[in-house]
Design a protein around this ligand. Structure first.
Ligand SMILES: [Zn+2]
Length: 341
């Protein structure tokens, strides 16, 4: 057997059996050719598991790439043995997925009254499992989300777009931060595989600069101001781990010029040619050095510094960095002027 982990193969068998039950119910009502074919493929994968040939390429008898098999347990041939037509189809699918993922990011010139915002998003592969979002709430609130879905590639990208749908549909409901996270966790658990989870930060700020932040297993959020940096550490498990998780938001008041910085481990855990890690301390120092300027410059400075550190070393994880600066002046001037008029 190419993939020798018994526990892993057992979990694939369970997944396939559960999928088979659902599929046969649907086939009972609608015998489409595509569904019947899928059922056949599931049966064939189960057969391969029972006969010890799961993960063996049917053409060259070599090994089907482990990552691909984890994403698609129905894969029967290794990448080298795909026909040119199948390879093109795969590339086309990926390209399309990348385009869709790009379209789901906030626009580059995103503008929220009272806030100056900039971000950087660079998946390691064609598509990524990081999720970064800015969502307007009720009464001029700004909601922000940063998450890192476990795993890589298409499977992680699909779950990150699922997270986006969850948050975008829950936010307009107007729940408390704790309740919103509880519901998001439950919904996410329902759609993820048992081995998948997401570290995540959700935050909400009023136009007066009062911020609530929930950090679920993610790296610390930094609130940089001219008096120092406050860290918002994780206070709960990542999303998707347990059904009845409780989430407690941390609170802060922001002053004009204060900057919240959120990022994923693709930034802080990037490595250089010698295998040394970039590290949180370096990132924090850089943020403190540039937090007085506009977020655009801060994000650029972090990006450049990290690129310089990494050198020729390949990027192995998705990189996301989001800087949100409280800039109420323009807003106040505007409302003041409106009041005068
Ligand atoms: Zn092969």
């Amino acid at each position: 057997m190419a993939i020798g982990e018994t526990a892993y193969v057992n979990s694939v068998r369970e997944q396939l059996l559960a999928g088979r039950t659902r599929l046969s119910e649907v086939v009972g009502q609608n015998q489409s050719e595509r569904l019947l074919q899928l059922l056949e493929e599931v049966d064939s994968a189960l057969h391969r598991i029972d006969h010890g040939t799961f993960g063996v390429c049917e053409i060259c008898q070599g090994v089907v790439e482990e990552e691909r098999l984890r994403e698609n347990p129905l894969a029967r041939v290794c990448l080298d043995c795909l026909t040119p037509k199948q390879q093109r189809a795969l590339e086309y699918d990926l390209e399309l997925a990348a385009q869709i993922q790009k379209g789901l990011l906030p626009p580059c010139d995103v503008a929220f009254p009272g806030w100056d915002i900039s971000y950087h998003y660079q998946p390691a592969g064609v598509v990524g499992g990081d999720y970064c979002d800015l969502i307007p709430g009720n009464d001029g609130e700004l909601n922000f989300v940063m998450a890192d879905v476990s795993g890589k590639g298409v499977a992680a990208a699909m779950l990150s777009s699922n997270l986006r749908a969850i948050f975008r549909s829950l936010i307009p409901v107007g729940l408390s931060t704790a309740e919103l996270m509880t519901r998001a966790n439950r919904l996410f658990r329902q759609s993820a595989l048992p081995t998948q989870y997401a570290t995540l930060v959700f935050g909400k700020s009023t136009i007066a600069g009062n911020v609530e932040i929930v950090n679920a297993g993610h790296l610390p959020v930094m609130l940089a101001s001219n008096t120092g940096t406050r860290l918002f550490e994780s206070t709960s498990q990542p999303l998707g781990m347990f059904d009845d998780q409780l989430f407690t938001p941390a609170r802060a008041g922001m002053h004009a010029g204060d900057t919240l910085v959120l990022y994923t481990d693709g930034m802080s855990e990037a490595e250089n040619d010698d295998g040394a890690e970039y590290g949180l301390a370096r990132l924090q120092k850089l943020i403190e050095l540039h937090c007085g300027g506009c977020p655009n410059k801060l994000v650029d400075a972090c990006k450049q510094h990290l690129d310089g550190f990494r050198g020729r070393r390949e990027r192995f994880d998705d990189e996301t960095l989001l800087a949100i600066q409280y800039a109420p002046t323009a807003l106040h001037e505007h409302s003041h002027r409106a009041a005068v008029i």
